[in-house]
Design a protein around this ligand. Structure first.
Ligand SMILES: [Zn+2]
Length: 87
């Protein structure tokens, strides 16, 4: 699960969630887990226990960043209720 922070209307770009392959349900195959465990390089803007934010490697505008949960989650339904605004 990832929140794509981009302040420009970008309706032609596929959502990141639509790009997640079924294999990525496994944390061992997850690009975001690889970034969070430093297997892949990223420029972090923020990181604490529940979330991390880092710059997009293919930004569509200056400041384009991604916000992801530190815990591997496939979708919003997997977010623990104590970590969601709806919880
Ligand atoms: Zn992951």
């Amino acid at each position: 699960m990832v929140l794509d922070i981009n302040l420009v209307n970008n309706s032609n770009r596929p959502s990141v969630d639509s790009l997640v392959r079924p294999a990525e349900k496994n944390p061992m195959d997850c690009i975001f887990c690889d970034i969070l465990t430093a297997k892949l390089e990223a420029t972090f803007v923020y990181r604490d226990d529940p979330v991390a934010a880092f710059m997009d490697i293919q930004p569509v505008n200056p400041g384009h960043m991604l916000v992801v949960p530190v815990q591997h989650l496939v979708g919003l339904a997997d977010l623990p209720s104590d970590r969601s605004a709806a919880g």
